[in-house]
Design a protein around this ligand. Sequence first.
Ligand code: DX5
Ligand code: ZN
Length: 216
Amino acid sequence: MKPIVAPSILAADFANLQREITMINESDADWIHVDVMDGVFVPNISMGLPVMEAVKRHAKKPIDVHLMIVHPENFVEAFRKAGAEIISVHIEACHHLHRNIQQIKGLGAKAGVAINPHTSVSQLEDIVQDIDLICMMSVNPGFGAQKFIENTYQKIKELRELLVRRKSNALIEIDGGVSLSNARPLMEAGADVLVTGNLVFTSDSPKEVIQQLKRL
Ligand code: DX5
Ligand code: ZN
């Protein structure tokens, strides 16, 4: 089972960001996950466009931007111009999700929908055929290094069934609390992409951790 592995630079050493990006470039990781927080949608502020641009200058892998912000439609174009290949918006932050998805796709990026732990999979029923990815939060968004929420397994199974039924090829991305012990069960439940922050960046040998995830 080979997951797409997306290290989240939220857990990186921001004072040595170039070194961290180089490590990802040289590793078996597939994408670089960029967590954008506004202090309104989530109770934390992380990084914005200047950091995204700095990451892009060094990145040799696609950048997967996770927008944890209100009114994401105001920033989607700027993140696309800054080099985002995949852009996810939160279903809980969008009044016009379909329009927001069309906006992302119209800019030539892949479009994702992120869902909080309390949001049921059934709310994706009429959007899965239009999207490339579902970012399923397995912690409450806002912080790294939180405890994985076990109910995620059930939601992955429900989402996989929905994708099959609706003939959607969207990828299932799991975000939050991914560890070396839950990675395999997550893939068995139906996940495609594993986001990993602390697991990778607090390790003394991050490239080996990434390699372990690729060899589940
Ligand atoms: C949480 C972020 C996650 C986070 C994951 O709001 O969306 O991407 O960085 O970090 P870990 O892997 O440490 O839970
Ligand atoms: Zn994220």
